[in-house]
Design a protein around this ligand. Structure first.
Ligand SMILES: N[C@@H](CCSC[C@H]1O[C@@H](n2cnc3c(=O)[nH]cnc32)[C@H](O)[C@@H]1O)C(=O)O
Ligand SMILES: [Zn+2]
Length: 430
């Protein structure tokens, strides 16, 4: 057995208390062996003056969209997608998607994220980036059937099912998969009726965008006379292993449906603010017992992939939405970026305890903005930044040591992304 010890730090435990302790990891099993005093390992990471936290879990992303960061801003969802993003995505080559995925995963490792859920196309490119970088991911192919003929639409749905079957369990189990219809309005009912039961039979979870904008809710209510999540339940898309992104415009009946079904909701506060989609009733969902996690959405609507930013945004927006400063407190958002997202995605990560996956981040506390140290949970929620992450470990493997990423070559990932973006821009201008 090869072991790794993180020594001299303060460790954030699942009950939100913090203890001075070392963490010993079994690198072969990728598990935490022990948390306690004076532990030695074959390899050591310095945790002094630092907080050891579970690796952050980004519950909803389009990681390759990192290549479109800053390409189009300041528009509402429908216009942004149809006028800018979808035309640009139609030009992306496999190499572009690989470059964008590596860029995004690099940013994740540098900001302490060890797992994410991703909806995109050319999934094999994204899986290759995940495999190489050493992180964990639940991947899927996003289906859009509107504006497609039947053959194309069917092919898209088939691809999503095939990709999920093929990639579930890949990269030594670090990759899992889901069936991913883009949303309840961009995928036709006939395709949901046919493919959802097939995904269910194969035991594959389902992930989709739901109730993100009011423009998306109104047509469903008008055409079908039911709320979108009641429609989703009718279609069999509200299971305990499923998770939806956004859930901004959900009413009380939908919150009850989510809580009863055990379907996770990935709240994406930065994207919701930037596209002015609205404020999700996060405090209400938590009180109702809904499994809530946090996600960045793609970098083109955020515009970064830092879960520390997302935690802070979730707290701020949650208070504003509830008109209550005590709503969505520090402890809640820290739980949302770790265990909340992990639970929604069906991952065992998100907690530091014996036997849990060795997915963690070590955050440097020796900084003006983290001084003094009354409450480290408060610092994590409100003051820590991506650049404070000192080391990142996933599945027992050190992915970043002293801010040097060991699994990806940072300089070449950045230069490939810059070249791909410059090329894309030329193609789009022609
Ligand atoms: N196969 C589909 C692609 C779906 S992938 C998932 C899609 O979600 C898009 N996307 C990114 N952010 C959001 C969001 O906030 N809401 C809805 N869609 C988004 C993203 O640009 C990408 O096109 C096609 O034929 O276009
Ligand atoms: Zn999205």
């Amino acid at each position: 057995m090869t072991t790794l010890a993180i020594t001299g730090g303060r460790v954030l435990l699942p009950d939100a208390t913090i203890t001075r302790a070392d963490v010993l990891i079994d690198q072969d099993a990728g598990e935490i062996l022990q948390i306690g005093p004076d532990l030695d390992g074959d390899e050591t990471l310095d945790g002094s003056d630092a907080l050891v936290t579970p690796g952050f879990v980004n519950g909803h992303c389009h990681v390759a969209m990192s290549l479109l960061r800053g390409y189009a801003d300041d528009k509402p969802l429908e216009n942004w997608l149809r006028e800018d993003i979808w035309p640009a995505e139609a030009q992306l080559t496999d190499e572009d998607i690989r470059a964008g995925a590596e860029l995004g995963v690099l940013e994740m490792i540098k900001s302490g994220t060890t797992a994410f859920a991703d909806m995109y196309f050319e999934v094999p490119e994204i899986a290759a980036a995940v495999e190489e970088a050493g992180v964990r991911a639940r991947l899927g192919h996003g289906i859009v059937t509107v504006a497609k003929d039947e053959e194309e639409a069917r092919e898209d749905a088939e691809t999503s099912l095939e990709i999920a079957r093929e990639y579930d369990g890949a990269a030594d189990g670090r990759i899992s998969a889901a069936f991913m219809p883009h949303s309840l309005t961009t995928v036709g009912e006939e395709y949901l009726a046919e493919y959802v039961p097939r995904a269910r039979e194969a035991g594959i979870p389902i992930h989709y965008h739901a109730n993100e904008t009011s423009e998306e809710v109104t047509p469903i209510v008008e055409e079908r006379g039911v709320r979108p999540l009641a429609y989703a339940a009718e279609k069999g898309m509200l299971d305990s292993q499923d998770f939806v992104a956004h859930g901004v415009h959900v009413d009380e009946s939908e919150i009850q449906l989510l809580a009863e079904a055990g379907t996770g909701v990935i709240h994406c506060p930065a994207s919701n603010m930037k596209l002015a989609s609205g404020m999700a009733p996060v405090q209400r969902m938590l009180e109702a017992g809904v499994t809530v996690g946090l996600g960045t959405d793609g970098a083109a609507s955020n515009n970064d992939l830092s879960m520390l930013d997302e935690a802070r945004d979730a707290a701020m927006l949650g208070k504003l939405a509830a008109e209550d400063a005590s709503a969505v407190p520090a402890e809640s958002v820290v739980e949302l970026v770790t265990r909340g997202s992990a639970d929604a995605l069906g991952l065992e990560s998100g907690r530091l305890e014996q036997g849990a996956p060795a997915d963690l981040a070590v955050i440097d506390l020796d900084a003006p903005h983290l001084t003094p140290r009354y409450d480290l949970v408060s610092h994590l929620a409100y003051a820590a930044a991506a650049s404070d992450v000192r080391h990142t470990v996933c599945d027992g493997r050190v992915l970043m040591r002293d801010r040097e990423v060991l699994t990806l070559e940072e300089a070449s990932v950045l230069s490939r992304a810059r070249e791909a973006a410059a090329d894309l821009r030329t193609r789009l201008e022609d």
